[in-house]
Design a protein. Structure first.
Length: 238
């Protein structure tokens, strides 16, 4: 669950949750990118130009990823997982290869066009059962790798993380994507989604929504922070 993590982050920046709601890469081996740069947008452009960003918010760029050990920890575990398992696990009747399940999905999409990669990853991942961290790991909040997710499934941020890493492996640049932690104003809880910048639009991949949708169609999310491999952003109402 994300509520504890978001509260700790906001307290470090002298912002309560209530105040926020008022104001509202070298780590991953990727497929050949080809013309990806022409298809995807740089998500920093809106912040640099002072234009509203994700979900019509002002984005304040922050340096480093030190406030997010769960994110950096998941990335480090993923690199180790990749080095340990890539092509080495052979499934049998008694042995499942959870990382290989993910790798096979990537292999099946690698020759598709960018849009089909996005749709394919979102559809594949959203079929997975939702399991809270307390049941899986015995803790309130845990950020999973692809292998861990396919072994035990996960909750909202785990869907977003594995979608991010999947699309990175398929050649989509980190700078064009963000994991966005939001407040769901309907359910009154923290939630996480993946945002992708595509030709001036922000697409949202959400485990609660079957299809890929534009961010402007979602009105009940208020972003708190977002991040990728390059850094993170604090969000305030535009």
């Amino acid at each position: 669950m994300l509520n504890e993590e978001t509260d700790q982050l906001l307290s470090r920046h002298r912002l309560s949750r209530r105040a926020m709601l008022r104001s509202t890469s070298g780590l991953i081996g990727v497929a050949a990118t080809g013309g990806m740069g022409l298809f995807f947008s740089n998500n920093a452009e809106a912040a640099r130009k002072g234009k509203p960003g994700i979900f019509n918010t002002i984005e304040i760029k922050k340096k480093g990823l030190k406030p997010f050990p769960k994110w950096t920890g998941a990335m480090e575990r993923f690199i180790s997982e990749k080095q340990k398992n890539d092509g080495k696990c052979k499934p049998t009747a008694r042995k499942k290869c959870y990382y290989q399940t993910w790798a096979n999905m990537i292999d099946g999409l690698k020759d598709k066009d960018p849009w089909k990669k996005i749709l394919g990853v979102n559809k594949f991942m959203n079929r997975a059962p939702y399991v809270v961290d307390k049941m899986n790991w015995g803790v309130k909040d845990y950020w999973s790798t692809p292998g861990q997710f396919f072994a035990k499934y996960g909750d909202c941020e785990d869907y977003a993380i594995v979608k991010f890493l999947s699309l990175r492996a398929l050649g989509i640049p980190s700078k064009s994507m963000r994991i966005v932690v939001v407040q769901d104003m309907n359910l009154k809880i923290a939630h996480a989604v993946l945002a992708i910048y595509v030709r001036g639009k922000v697409l949202v991949l959400d485990n609660q929504i079957k299809k890929v949708v534009e961010s402007k169609t979602i009105r009940h999310y208020r972003p708190i922070f977002s991040l990728n491999e390059e850094g993170w952003w604090l969000h305030r109402k535009a």
